[in-house]
Design a protein around this ligand. Structure first.
Ligand code: SAM
Length: 318
């Protein structure tokens, strides 16, 4: 039961539907093929504000050919578009959003239970059900008693079913994004989740999932490391959603990030950063190479801000 001990929150008339069991996936379907000849690339399992899928072609053009030889660091992981595209063997990935980090760990450790819980969400999906699932975090002890997989399933379900795939919590830390009215959201993409599970458990790989602040997450990056920094974007007019969590990411955080970028660069790591094309950002990274790029943005609070926006990629190597 995906909702565990949540009977109290459910009206008596509310009945859960039993999902149908899917057939097991074959070895061929689960394979991760870097040549792309036999299987498609992995996909992010969430839609995340600031997700980098649109910018991937620009980023890939800049990467060194031997990127697979480097240890990959991504301390502002979000939906991890570049991480999944590269599917590195050695990596340290993380985010300070603990719900998000717990979801990556649940895919690594409990994928069967996660798929089962998501299949149940898929079978029961609807507006009334969405709000029942959304309310679970209002009941502290019962929410804390959910298994890691059920908690991760809740995050993935809310992300697929909510308005615009936003992650937003109120001042009490309760998820508060309204229902999304998508016609047929794919809530349980079992194929992709099981391939991600494979990637995170590969015998010949070493992938750490960290729930740390970005500075601590990249502290060991040096020669032989590649670090991709994709922070909440600097937004002088606050037109964009950069406030992922209480606390936000203000100018002093952008300065601290520049210092961390410079320190890792000095330690010998290849460093790449994306941010908005704003005078403040150009000034912060003035001594590094700045490559302007255009990206399509779907998540934006200001309708006039949709469409192409200027962004920059900052790199420390030639
Ligand atoms: C622009 S998003 C990353 C998007 C991601 N690259 C993708 O493709 O989906 C920025 C992420 O930084 C995280 N974050 C914000 N402040 C942080 C901090 N101080 N340390 C670590 N992560 C942080 C947010 O939780 C958010 O997931």
């Amino acid at each position: 039961m995906a909702l565990g001990r949540k009977e109290a929150l459910r009206p008596k008339s509310f009945r859960l539907k039993r999902p149908r069991t899917a057939r097991p996936l074959s070895e061929k379907e689960l394979a991760i093929d870097h040549s792309r000849q036999n299987s498609p690339p992995l996909k992010p399992f969430l839609k995340w504000a600031g997700g980098k899928r649109q910018l991937l072609p620009e980023i890939l053009k800049l990467l060194p050919n031997n990127i697979g030889d480097f240890k990959y660091y991504e301390p502002f992981l979000g939906a991890g578009a570049l991480f999944f595209e590269l599917a590195p063997r050695r990596a340290a990935i993380g985010d300070h959003n603990q719900e998000l980090v717990a979801a990556y760990r649940a895919i690594r450790d409990d994928v069967d239970e996660l798929v089962e819980a998501l299949t149940e969400h898929q079978a029961n999906h609807g507006e009334e059900y969405y709000y029942k699932v959304r309310e679970l975090d209002r009941d502290g002890p019962a929410f804390g008693a959910l298994s890691d997989a059920k908690r991760a399933a809740r995050l993935i379900y809310l992300n697929k079913a909510c308005f615009n795939g936003l992650y937003r919590v109120n001042s009490k830390g309760f998820f508060n994004v309204p229902f999304g009215r998508h016609a047929h959201p794919l809530i349980c993409d079992e194929h992709n989740l099981r391939r991600i599970h494979r990637l995170l458990n590969r015998k010949d790989a070493e992938i750490e999932i960290l729930g740390l602040d970005f500075e601590a997450a990249v502290a060991s990056a040096g020669p032989g490391s590649f670090v991709y920094f994709d922070p909440p974007y600097h937004s002088p007019n606050k037109a964009n959603f950069t406030d992922y969590q209480a606390g936000g990411f203000d100018e002093s955080e952008q300065r601290r990030l520049r210092d961390v970028f410079a320190a890792r660069a000095k330690a010998g790591a290849l460093c790449l950063l994306s941010n908005s094309d704003a005078p403040f950002i150009r000034q912060l990274y003035g001594r590094f190479e700045i490559v302007p790029v255009k990206a399509k943005r779907a998540i934006n609070s200001d309708k006039t801000g949709r469409g192409e926006v200027g962004e920059v990629l900052v790199k420390n190597w030639k």
